[in-house]
Design a protein around this ligand. Structure first.
Ligand SMILES: NC(=O)c1ccc[n+]([C@@H]2O[C@H](COP(=O)([O-])OP(=O)(O)OC[C@H]3O[C@@H](n4cnc5c(N)ncnc54)[C@H](O)[C@@H]3O)[C@@H](O)[C@H]2O)c1
Length: 459
């Protein structure tokens, strides 16, 4: 279906990947400096994935690893997009694989092959010759090895957030993407929200002037979900046991990185981080779980609110927060300031220098758009085109727009909107915040995952 990349066959790609696998392992360890700062020279065998377009595909043949809550939601979106064929699905729970197969046949496609024979059956899915892109929607500890296996099989990887939870894992993704010349796209749906795309368009049109500062977050009360005996309750709470930092940085930071052209003229340079006491999960479970429930024996290290400050190479600042255990309404904050104005989310509002009465925000309201208003002028063309179908999908439509755009890039042979360097840079505040918190908020440098190419602007 697809032209082979740079005239390498899938078999040649597999051989190339196998031939460098041992070296890659060593290279990965060399990258993992104590403070994560040392980016060694690019290995001779690698070439950058910056600006590399997808090969063109008449149709995009998908595989899916992880058919839980997120995997099924992604699958439903994919099945509503023209030119998508779902060929293979994998989960360790056979019933989830059957359910995913049922969704595909219900959409009128041939029954995809199912892989449900244990936690390494995804390797068999990766041995298929007929996949162009594989989505990985499994618990965090599986992301890096699965995305690597996908790329080493010759397919592109679409990995859920965060792409990695260690600096070593971030480098492994970069190394694998460069070695195999396959893209590793982190599925950061928040970059495709109606508001985030509108803000990006306003920034690119110069409406906010020179950008100076942003504030963003993942503030989402997940307490009841974290204690469930299914879905994320089976693994996500465990991350709070031993890790103390920002466990989920990318939903807030991804859109900000796009506003700031990170890896395209600026880069995250260093970070300091602090965590509040860890009280929320204990208080919640003591109040809600019956005496004798084994979860009452657990202890949690992760501070309820983690706040990091990031400095960029161009001197700009970002406040990045994470709190999933306090009783408060959902917010990603989504604030960005420049020399001509400020926008913030929750609810969306705007302050432009000289255009509003002093100290008064102007609301940005999708539903009340007027001709010539900012909502009308800066709404992204993708939203104008796809809103009707998108809003029937997950998270207010951003999930559908994200997958639609990725499929468009594959079908048209375009450069993807984000790449493995973005996946690594946006995921890195997870482990970097842990390092800083553990060292009395010491400043921790970001690795330069682009190996020096961050300052190149891109169109
Ligand atoms: N972008 C978003 O808005 C968003 C929303 C929710 C979840 N997520 C991300 O999606 C991922 C999955 O989250 P979820 O909510 O679907 O969790 P989930 O627990 O509902 O689903 C995970 C699935 O992975 C399967 N699995 C575990 N190990 C496996 C293995 N070795 N091989 C194959 N399958 C395996 C599990 O059986 C389960 O069905 C996480 O990374 C999460 O952070 C992203």
């Amino acid at each position: 279906m697809a032209e082979k990349p740079r005239s390498l066959s899938r078999r040649q790609l597999l051989q190339a990947a196998a031939g460098t696998a041992a070296g890659a392992g060593l290279a990965g360890h060399a990258h993992a400096g104590a403070d994560g700062s040392a980016a060694p020279p690019r290995p001779d065998t690698s070439s950058s994935m910056i600006g590399v377009p997808f090969e063109r595909h008449a149709a995009v043949r998908f595989g899916l690893i992880g058919c839980g809550g997120r995997g099924q939601s992604l699958l439903r979106d994919l099945l509503a997009i023209d030119g998508v064929e779902v060929k293979a699905v994998c989960d360790i729970v056979p019933e989830k694989v059957e359910k995913a197969q049922g969704l595909v046949t219900k959409a009128g496609q041939a029954r995809p092959e199912g892989y449900a024979r244990g936690e390494r059956d995804y390797e068999n899915l990766c041995r298929r010759e007929d996949l162009d892109l594989v989505y990985v929607a499994t618990p965090w500890n599986w992301h890096v090895r699965m995305a690597r296996a996908v790329m080493e099989s010759g397919a592109h990887a679409g990995v859920e957030v965060p792409a990695a939870t260690t600096i070593e894992g971030c480098w492994q993704l970069v190394d694998a993407s460069e070695r195999t010349q396959r893209h590793c796209i982190m599925l950061e749906n928040c970059c495709y929200g109606w508001s985030e795309m509108l803000v990006l368009n306003m920034i690119r049109a110069g409406e906010l002037g020179e950008l100076t500062h942003a504030e963003c977050a993942y503030i989402h009360d997940l307490r009841s979900l974290l204690f469930e005996d299914r879905g994320e309750g089976l693994w996500r709470r465990f991350e709070h046991w031993r890790r103390n930092g920002n466990l989920y940085p990318t939903h807030g930071l991804g859109p900000v990185a796009r506003y700031f052209d990170v890896n395209r003229g600026d880069r995250f340079e260093y970070l300091v981080s602090m965590s509040s006491p860890s009280l929320g999960l204990q208080a919640y479970r003591d109040r809600t779980l019956p005496p004798g429930d084994p979860k009452r024996m657990e202890t949690y290290d992760c501070g309820d609110m983690n706040t990091s400050l990031i400095k960029t190479a161009r001197g700009r600042t970002v406040v990045l927060q994470h709190d999933t255990v306090s009783p408060r309404p959902y917010s990603r904050i989504n604030l960005v300031s420049g020399t001509k104005g400020t926008i913030r989310g929750y609810p969306d509002r705007l302050f432009l220098d000289g255009q509003q009465p002093h100290d008064e925000w102007q609301p940005i309201e999708k539903e009340k758009r007027t001709t010539g208003g900012v909502e009308d002028r800066f709404e992204d063309p993708l939203w104008k085109k796809l809103a009707e179908t998108a809003t029937k999908s997950g998270h207010g439509g951003m999930d559908y727009i994200m997958s639609w755009r990725l499929v468009e890039c594959l079908r048209e042979g375009l450069i993807p909107d984000t790449d493995v360097y973005d996946a690594a840079s946006w995921s890195a505040p997870g482990p970097l915040s842990e390092q800083s918190v553990a060292n009395r908020s010491a400043s921790v440098p970001f690795p330069d995952f682009t190996r020096g190419r961050w300052s190149e602007t891109r169109t």
